[in-house]
Ligand binder design. Structure first.
Ligand SMILES: NC(=O)c1ccc[n+]([C@@H]2O[C@H](COP(=O)([O-])OP(=O)(O)OC[C@H]3O[C@@H](n4cnc5c(N)ncnc54)[C@H](O)[C@@H]3O)[C@@H](O)[C@H]2O)c1
Ligand SMILES: N[C@H](C(=O)O)[C@H](O)COP(=O)(O)O
Length: 336
């Protein structure tokens, strides 16, 4: 990597606010070269709709430093059907995934140092006949990574998830001793290597009310979670729990935890997004590439209105830059 990381930004679902926040990015200085993947005509149309004077230049090998002077470096990806802000069209779903594939391949070949994703709409991709539950699972599958971990940062906390985009009825059976062990290994490893935390302390939630109340309110803590925590403690991991989820995120614990592990999506993300929505970052741990993302969805209700906040995208880019630098430093041979 040159001293200026090259970050690919996928603009996401074209009917959503991904294009809005990418246009707004042209007016923000950042310490990186940025390449926005989007249909260039759709990007200009959205800029005009927002009343912003956007200039673009085509991506060659490395983008120039992103100075916030109203220009964007764009890798043009053709969108097949007309783009209407706020109105989904399943004919454009393959385009959304195509941008992800180009960014992911670019990270794998070293063309890009990291990818940052603007939001996609899971439903419309499925409507197009493509099974899709999220970027996290899609990038795991397309990089042939058996397990990854979703973690969000924001509001002074990091919250990782033991399960991601599955129905609530499947959560209990999806948490096995093997999956939880692997999740904690990935989380522990990436807190050290991507976040520079020497000895991470991880607070782990139970699954049931009051962490199962000694088995009277559910036995996943006794049968699955606590045996895993005990085994990993004997490997040297600093783990606290399994704790009742309702008091897990107390101010006292926030001050002491490097990360929390929640058992399912809304157990953890409700708390984090309450504290930081609009500034948070979603990062996929365990991937062979660096990927961060916004904390919000496609917000079809405000697409094209000018009301989309760019805060989370900026935070996601800053974290991608930070991780890209850390990865480079850890790969640089130390000379005596
Ligand atoms: N990273 C991602 O790809 C990602 C993340 C979350 C949700 N989603 C997807 O987005 C779609 C819509 O999800 P949702 O409705 O649950 O959540 P949403 O985040 O799109 O919207 C929730 C509310 O927050 C507002 N909002 C969202 N982002 C905003 C921003 N940047 N500035 C100002 N207001 C903003 C919206 O207007 C809406 O009122 C779903 O398909 C969901 O799966 C994708
Ligand atoms: N669970 C994420 C969130 O609430 O922000 C979101 O659905 C995006 O997930 P992917 O990064 O897997 O698309």
């Amino acid at each position: 990597m040159s001293s200026l990381p090259c970050i690919a930004i996928t603009s996401g679902e074209p009917a959503g606010i991904g294009l809005d926040v990418c246009v707004k990015l042209a007016f923000q200085a950042l310490p990186a070269g940025l390449v926005v993947l989007a249909d260039i005509a759709a990007l200009h149309t959205r800029a005009a709709q927002l009343g912003l004077s956007l200039k673009t230049y085509a991506f060659a090998e490395r983008p120039q430093a992103h100075t916030g002077d109203g220009r964007l470096c764009v890798l043009d990806v053709h969108v097949p059907a007309p783009v209407v802000a706020g109105t989904l069209n399943a004919k454009n779903s393959a385009y959304v995934l195509n941008m992800l594939d180009i960014a992911r391949e670019g990270c794998q070949t070293g063309r890009f140092d990291a990818m940052v994703t603007a939001p996609v709409h899971k439903g419309i991709i499925n409507d197009a006949g493509i099974a899709f539950t999220g970027h996290t699972e899609y990038l795991a599958e397309t990089t042939h990574t058996p397990q990854v971990v979703m973690m969000l940062t924001g509001g002074g906390m990091r919250v990782a998830l033991a399960t991601t985009h599955i129905p609530l009825t499947q959560v209990s059976s999806a948490i096995t001793q093997a999956s939880l062990t692997s999740t904690l290994h990935i989380l522990h490893h990436d807190l050290i290597h991507k976040f520079g935390i020497e000895k991470p302390r991880i607070y782990v939630a139970g699954l049931n009310p009051h962490a199962g109340e000694n088995g009277y309110l559910g036995d996943e803590e006794i049968k699955t979670i606590n045996p895993v925590l005990n085994a990993l403690r004997s490997e040297g991991m600093d783990l606290v729990g399994a704790l009742p989820a309702d008091t897990l995120f107390s101010q006292k614990n926030l001050a002491q935890a490097d990360a929390f592990l929640a058992m399912y999506h809304d157990q953890g993300l409700t708390v984090l997004k309450h504290a930081s929505f609009g500034e948070g970052v979603n990062v996929t741990l365990g991937l062979p590439i660096t990927r961060t993302s916004v904390d919000h969805g496609t917000a079809l209700d405000i697409a094209g209105s000018g009301n989309a906040d760019i805060g989370s995208l900026l935070s996601a880019i800053h974290l991608a830059i930070e991780i890209a630098h850390k990865q480079t430093n850890s790969q640089t041979p130390k000379h005596a």
